[in-house]
Unconditional design. Structure first.
Length: 165
């Protein structure tokens, strides 16, 4: 049993078979710790990036891990790459996107990793799934809770599906 830190991870995909990609990512992440909670799945309009993208499927999970934050980020990037992700353009379509949203109450700002994720509390497609698993988690800098941030940002463009990750 892993006794390490709780990491909050956002998952998204809009190319190929997004549901299969998210489920495969969840399985892959189990090698780095224990998945302790999973969110509902959300269908989300693409935000930013090139026009005409397909809708995204988004979710979140909590992972208790013994990996350091930087090592976990490397593992997430490796999982994306193994899924066939190629980074061609910012906010472009993708077969898999894994973002480390928070790692316990850690604040970090390096060239490789910023914690908490710098835009997480501005995005409904991150906050809605995160609210399913960690509504009381507080942004370690602002002190705002996930539930309060979601109430502020709203659910525009999101559809909760009747299925969990």
């Amino acid at each position: 049993m892993t006794s390490g830190e709780a990491a909050l991870i956002a998952l998204g995909a809009n190319l190929g078979d997004p549901l299969a990609a998210l489920r495969a990512a969840r399985t892959a992440l189990e090698q780095f710790g224990n998945v302790t909670a999973t969110s509902w799945l959300y269908r989300t309009r693409a935000v930013g990036g090139p026009p005409g993208q397909p809708d995204y499927l988004n979710a979140a999970l909590s992972l208790r891990t013994d990996l350091a934050a930087e090592a976990l980020m490397d593992a997430l990037l490796g999982t994306e790459q193994s899924s066939g992700r190629v980074r061609l353009e910012r906010w472009g379509p993708r077969v898999l996107d894994l973002d480390l949203i928070g790692y316990a109450d850690r604040v970090l700002n390096t060239p490789h990793l910023t914690l908490p994720h710098p835009r997480a509390f501005e995005r409904g497609f991150v906050l809605a799934p995160l609210n399913d698993i960690a509504p009381h988690w507080q942004h370690p800098v602002s002190g705002e809770r996930v539930s309060a941030a979601l109430a502020r940002v709203g659910l525009d463009g999101l559809e909760r599906l009747n299925e969990r990750l």
